[in-house]
Design a binder for this molecule. Structure first.
Ligand SMILES: Cc1cc2nc3c(=O)[nH]c(=O)nc-3n(C[C@H](O)[C@H](O)[C@H](O)COP(=O)(O)OP(=O)(O)OC[C@H]3O[C@@H](n4cnc5c(N)ncnc54)[C@H](O)[C@@H]3O)c2cc1C
Length: 462
């Protein structure tokens, strides 16, 4: 039995930084990681996929070179081995950086292996039994493999195995028309594959407003991606050319024949094999660890951070969980999960930057609303770059004049949204942003203009 002041399980986006703060405060930490340091974001999520998105963008621009007066002789070619090597390098550098940081940390013992609770303050890793009065769970999640007919008879890809591909699939069928699926769909189309997206719901990215879903569909279809929504009869069967993906019982072609199939239908927490029952830690029906507003579980001395608590599904939310816990435990702060304003991006090109409520959620709140919008075709920077797809919109509470939510689907939308996020965090009326003097020419400069044109939401339909 080895005693520590704290045990951290999982080297994802929250655990390593927390270890740094705890050891900095003089506490001893046992750090347990079962596989790859850096977790999902570094190894199979954000970093490699955004590196691939950048390669796909380069291919796209090269194909469009003539639009800009640039002459490239001959067809452009994609070197998939090099594309993969670039993504691998970015991931490897980050992974080794995290591992080195932890191994060199004074007061931190790194233990490799799968951690399981033996009791409320005991964790077993192989032959070692660790005890601590504080335990932090940062175990993340993994891709769901849906129990659809035939799934056991085919070979399929997930976000993890996709990243091992170093050749171009002839026809990639992506099952799941949401964030992970669409990023892979567009990048592989740009690398030169035929791509079909199969989505069981009536529209893509169902969490977003209908106008956003529709604009995203148009962007993807314009690039030659086939989108099959309302695919209520998804099934799989081996086929001489790969896999037959049954799509619809009613309309359209009954099946899509793919050389490769990517399953991107959601994620589940890595909590099934953690021995949580031995510690008495409660989860919800989907396995997410139940936490309160300070990220504490129902068992005193145990906290859950990151994707495994179901309160965020992003790197920045996992990192913010660390910040909340560290500030509360070590600096006597009163930081709360509920202070966090939801914000995220979808990294298709052009990207979608999102903050706060959707229009649908704002309408459902019953508040009096103002709305503003602007097509990217009327944003100078977008016109100059000849990247005018998409639009931006913003929703304001007419009484408090506070911004409730916004979306920027367009070039630099992932960056420009932060101007709105910052004003929402400052908790001041939209007028502050409307009167600001932004830099020209930028996408952000049109946000005050959009606010200047706010109108009652009822007039939107007219
Ligand atoms: C394809 C894809 C693209 C993404 N792109 C983005 C993006 O652009 N932006 C963004 O913000 N988010 C993105 N995400 C989400 C982001 O990767 C996650 O939200 C983030 O990694 C969650 O971090 P975490 O700390 O909760 O867990 P993770 O990063 O998943 O880390 C958990 C760690 O715990 C370890 N572990 C699990 N169980 C045990 C155990 N029992 N014992 C020991 N160790 C254990 C795992 O090995 C892992 O290293 C993406 C995800 C995917 C799949």
């Amino acid at each position: 039995m080895k005693n520590f002041d704290a045990i951290i399980i999982g080297a994802g986006q929250a655990g390593p930084s927390l270890a740094g703060k705890l050891t900095g405060a003089g506490l001893t930490v046992a750090f347990v990681e079962r596989k790859l340091f850096g977790g999902t974001c570094v190894n199979t999520g954000c970093m490699p996929t955004k590196t691939l998105v950048a390669s796909a963008y380069a291919a796209h621009l090269a194909r469009r070179a003539a639009d800009y007066g640039i002459v490239l002789d001959g067809a452009i070619k994609i070197d998939m081995k090099k594309v993969k090597a670039r993504a691998d390098t970015v991931s490897t550098n980050a992974r080794t950086g995290v591992e080195k940081y932890l191994r060199e940390m004074e007061g931190c013992a790194v233990i490799e292996g799968h951690a399981r609770f033996e009791g409320p303050n005991q964790v077993r890793v192989g032959d070692e039994l660790l005890t601590a009065p504080r335990i932090f769970i940062n175990v993340g999640g993994r891709a769901i493999v849906p129990d659809l007919p035939g799934v056991g008879e085919i070979s399929y890809l997930t976000n993890t195995s996709m990243l091992a591909l170093d050749h171009l699939p002839e026809h990639l069928v992506v099952v799941g028309g949401s964030y992970v699926g669409l990023e892979f769909a567009q990048m592989y189309r740009r690398f030169g594959a035929q791509v079909t997206v199969v989505e069981k719901g009536p529209r893509l990215v169902a969490r977003e407003d209908e106008d956003i879903s529709e604009a995203i569909r148009e962007i993807l279809v314009r690039e030659g991606i086939t989108v099959r929504t309302n695919a209520e009869c998804i099934s799989f069967a081996p086929h001489e050319r790969g896999v037959a993906v049954g799509v619809s019982c009613a309309e359209g072609e009954p099946a899509s024949i793919g050389s490769h199939v990517l399953l991107a239908v959601g994620r589940r927490p890595n909590t099934g094999d953690l021995g949580l029952e031995k510690a008495g830690v409660v989860t919800d029906a989907r396995g997410y660890i139940t936490v309160d507003d300070s990220l504490a579980t129902n068992v005193p001395g145990i906290w859950a951070l990151g994707d495994c608590n179901g309160r965020g599904a992003f790197t920045h939310t996992a990192y913010n969980d660390f910040e909340i816990i560290a500030a509360n435990l070590l600096a006597g702060a009163q930081r709360r999960l509920s202070d966090r304003i939801p914000a995220y991006a979808l990294y298709i090109d052009p990207p979608l930057g999102r903050v706060g409520m959707t229009e649908r959620e704002a309408r459902a709140s019953g508040r009096p609303l103002l709305i503003g919008s602007r097509p990217m075709s009327r944003v100078g920077r977008a016109v100059e770059k000849d990247e005018t797809q998409g639009f931006m919109k913003i929703i304001v509470d007419a009484e408090t004049r506070k911004i409730l939510g916004a979306a920027i689907l367009g070039v630099s939308g992932d960056e420009a949204i932060h101007g709105i996020l910052d004003i929402m965090n400052a908790n001041v009326p939209y007028d502050v942003l409307e009167r600001a003097v932004p830099i020209h020419p930028t996408v952000s400069e049109l946000i005050p203009t959009m606010l200047n044109g706010l109108r009652p939401i009822e007039e939107k339909e007219k």
